[in-house]
Design a protein around this ligand. Structure first.
Ligand code: MN
Length: 256
């Protein structure tokens, strides 16, 4: 498919599906960490896991850092259009170029001005969170300061809640907002517990922060990566959508 048409159709689909994705109460979900230009990882995930009983949730950061950003994002957008109800692509900070430019950004800087604007426009519409009926939320980075889940659908892209969702880091220390480290807002355990209580969620699955311990906050938060751009095992997390779960260490972790 022509790149311009692909970006246009993907953009329309993202707008239609909204900023908060509600997953079904049956089958399984497979959560995929940052892929960062690891086209082979994305292909492997789709070949290995995609079927009619499975939803795949990629938690963002498809471009930059790894060697095949363009191939990776075009492949994922094509697959999304082919399987609109079985593949979901959350927005990472590397997809938020329209709202906050950053550096280094090898993918974005490799594009002509016109292509950069088109990609930025489409990726700016990606959803911000995915919610399961059994108490799991997936985001790219941290959590927004909202009162309820439905408010996530009304977050203004580019605002403080958007920044928490796409740029935020967790620290295993007491406290709420802990200040910024560069462009990354930092949050402590009290903030995590408070927002998860308001959202009525037990477990958060996210990527974004390669130096975070895999499990945080009594194993209620798990950080995963699925990219050869990091010296970490490429990991996906499997969840049965019809069974209760209380802790992230009850997820099945598999390596690519
Ligand atoms: Mn990130």
């Amino acid at each position: 498919m022509d790149e311009h048409v692909l970006l246009q159709q993907a953009s329309e689909l993202f707008t239609l599906q909204g900023r908060l994705i509600e997953l079904p109460a049956r089958g399984r979900a497979v959560f995929v960490g940052d892929t960062h230009g690891d086209y082979e990882a994305s292909q492997t995930v789709i070949e290995r896991y995609l079927d009619s009983e499975t939803v795949l949730v990629f938690v963002g950061d498809y471009v930059d850092r790894g060697p095949h950003s363009l191939e990776n994002i075009l492949f994922l957008l094509e697959q999304k259009l082919k399987h609109p109800e079985n593949i979901f692509l959350l927005q990472g900070n590397h997809e938020g170029w329209k709202y906050a430019e950053f550096s280094p950004a090898d993918f974005w800087q490799s594009l002509s001005e016109e292509r950069r604007a088109r990609f930025a426009e489409t990726l700016a519409q990606l959803p911000l969170a995915a919610s399961t009926p059994n108490g799991v939320l997936a985001t790219h980075a941290a959590l927004p300061d909202v009162q309820s889940l439905t408010e996530i659908d009304r977050i203004e892209f580019g605002d403080e809640n958007w920044r928490a969702l796409t740029w935020g880091d967790w620290q295993e220390v007491p406290g709420y907002y802990l200040g910024d480290r560069g462009s990354r807002p930092q949050y402590g355990e009290a903030y995590f517990r408070e927002i998860m209580r308001r959202l009525e969620k037990r477990v958060l699955i996210r990527g974004h922060q390669p130096h975070a311990p895999r499990y945080l906050f009594g194993a209620r938060c798990v950080t995963i990566f699925t990219s050869s751009a990091y010296p970490l095992p490429r990991t996906v997390a499997l969840l049965a959508l019809d069974q209760p779960i209380a802790k992230a260490d009850q997820l099945s972790m598999e390596l690519l």
